[in-house]
Design a protein around this ligand. Structure first.
Ligand SMILES: *Cc1c(COP(=O)(O)O)cnc(C)c1O
Length: 389
C-alpha cells in the first residue's frame, strides 16, 4: 500500500507501529535490552528462528522505524542505520570488502572519507584509487581485476562538481563492482541514486535528514542481500544509531521535502545574486546554466540543492573579510541546518592538505562555501554584502 504514496507522504507516514497506548507521534524506545516470555523464546530470538528485538546494538523499534522510512524514501529494500555518516561508510566497506580488494573513488569526497580509504583501509590491505569525478575515462582506466567498489559523492564539496551516476554505474557493473553513492547533499528528495543504477546509498543523517543540526546519524541502503553483510558488521562491531537520535531524525524526515525545496530555491536565488556581484569572480552552483555539468545535474537532480560556493577576488584576505563581515551567518563547517553557515575551505576543511593539492583540487584561497539555510534570502544577502562591499 505504501508504494502508492508520494515521497512527501512516505516521509510522514512510513514506519509507524503504534504501541498499546496508540500514541499519534512515534514513540521513543530508550531501552538497551528486551525481555523474553520464556527460556524457549529467548533461545528462538537468539538463533533467529523468531523475529523480534533482543538488544539495542542489534535492533531497536525507534531505529527500525527510521530505517523503514528512509528505505521507503530511497525506494530500496533495506536500510542499516549507523551512529554517524562516517560509520555508515565504514560499515559499508567492512561489511562488503576484504583485504586485497580495491576501491575506485572520486577525488573530491568528504575529507574523512579520503582519510578512511587512503590511510586506514590501506593498513588492512584495501587499496583505493582516486579519480576526477567527471572524467569517465579515468574511472574506466582505474579498474583492476580486484576492484569491488566504486564510491562517489555528487554534487561534491565544496566545488559542487556533478558526477554522472548512470554512466559511472555502467562502468562499475562492467568491472563487476558495486557503486556506492554518498547522497548526503541531495537526499532522496532531490536525487535517488538507486533509480540511476547505483547499488548502495550512503547518508550522513547529521545533515539534511535531521535538518536542524542536533544529532549525528548515518545510514547505508541497498538490497536485502547486500545489506546482510553490512548489518552483520554493525551488529557485531556496534556503530549503532542511538534510539534518541533515530527519534529526532524520524521527525526531521517529516519535513525533508519542503525543507529541501526551500534550501534549493534560496540557494538558486543567492547564486544568481552572487553572479551579479563585482567582487565575485565565479559562482559554483549546479542549478546555474554557467555550471559545467548543469545538464547532467538537471537530468539526475530535481533541483540544485542547498550548497553554493563562490570565489571572491583578492584571495584569502578578501574571503576572510566576507566571513568576518557576517553578523547572522554561522561560521562553521556543518551543513544541512536551518541556519545558514559559511566556511573558508582553504583554511578549515581543506587546511591540512598542501597548497599544491589544494590547487589541484581547484580550491582557491578566495573560495567560500555557503550552506544555505531557511532564513530569508534578503537577510543572507545583506550579511554577505558587508564583506563584499
Ligand atoms: C558530513 C558528511 C559525512 C560524514 O558524516 P558524519 O555524520 O559527520 O560522520 C560524509 N559525507 C558527506 C558528504 C558529509 O557531508
Amino acid at each position: 500500500m505504501e508504494h502508492d504514496f508520494e515521497l512527501e507522504t512516505l516521509a510522514i507516514r512510513t514506519g509507524i507501529h503504534r504501541s498499546q497506548f496508540n500514541e499519534h507521534s512515534e514513540a521513543l524506545y530508550l531501552t538497551s535490552s528486551f525481555v523474553f516470555d520464556s527460556a524457549a523464546q529467548a533461545a528462538a530470538r537468539f538463533c533467529g528462528e523468531e523475529p523480534g528485538n533482543i538488544y539495542s546494538r542489534f535492533t531497536n523499534p525507534t531505529v527500525s522505524a527510521f530505517q523503514e522510512r528512509l528505505a521507503a524514501l530511497e525506494g530500496v529494500e533495506t536500510c542499516v542505520a549507523t551512529a554517524s555518516g562516517m560509520s555508515a561508510i565504514l560499515s559499508c566497506v567492512m561489511g562488503l570488502l576484504a583485504g586485497g580488494d580495491h576501491i575506485v573513488a572520486s577525488q573530491s569526497i568528504f575529507g574523512s572519507t579520503v582519510q578512511l580509504f587512503g590511510n586506514i583501509l590501506k593498513r588492512f590491505g584495501v587499496d583505493t584509487t582516486f579519480v576526477p569525478a567527471t572524467d569517465l575515462a579515468a574511472w574506466r582506466a582505474a579498474v583492476r581485476p580486484n576492484t569491488r567498489l566504486f564510491f562517489l559523492e555528487t554534487p561534491s564539496n565544496p566545488l559542487t562538481e556533478v558526477c554522472d551516476i548512470a554512466a559511472v554505474a555502467e562502468i562499475a557493473h562492467q568491472a563487476g563492482a558495486w557503486l556506492a553513492v554518498d547522497n548526503c547533499f541531495c537526499t532522496p528528495v532531490l536525487q535517488r541514486p538507486l533509480d540511476l543504477g547505483a547499488d548502495i546509498v550512503i547518508h550522513s543523517a547529521t545533515k539534511y535528514l535531521d535538518g536542524q543540526g542536533r544529532v549525528l546519524g548515518g545510514a547505508v541502503l541497498g538490497s536485502r542481500q547486500l545489506m546482510e553483510g553490512v548489518y552483520g558488521f554493525l551488529r557485531t562491531a556496534g556503530p549503532t544509531l542511538s534510539a534518541f537520535n533515530a527519534w529526532l531524525i524520524l521527525k526531521g524526515l517529516e519535513t525533508l521535502a519542503i525543507r529541501m525545496e526551500a534550501h534549493s530555491r534560496s540557494a538558486l536565488a543567492l547564486a544568481r545574486w552572487l553572479e551579479q556581484q563585482p567582487r565575485v569572480e565565479r559562482v559554483f552552483y549546479p542549478g546555474l546554466p554557467s555550471h559545467p555539468q548543469h545538464g547532467v545535474a538537471m537530468a539526475q537532480q530535481k533541483s540544485g540543492g542547498g550548497i553554493v560556493s563562490f570565489e571572491v577576488r583578492g584571495g584569502k584576505e578578501a574571503a576572510w573579510r566576507v566571513v568576518d563581515g557576517c553578523r547572522m551567518l554561522s561560521i562553521t563547517a556543518n551543513l544541512g541546518d536551518t541556519k545558514t553557515t559559511i566556511t573558508h575551505p582553504a583554511t578549515t576543511t581543506h587546511g591540512r592538505i598542501t597548497p599544491e593539492q589544494r590547487a589541484a583540487a581547484g580550491i582557491g584561497d578566495g573560495l567560500l562555501r555557503v550552506a544555505v539555510g531557511l532564513e530569508a534570502v534578503a537577510d543572507i544577502q545583506a550579511d554577505l554584502k558587508r564583506g563584499l562591499a
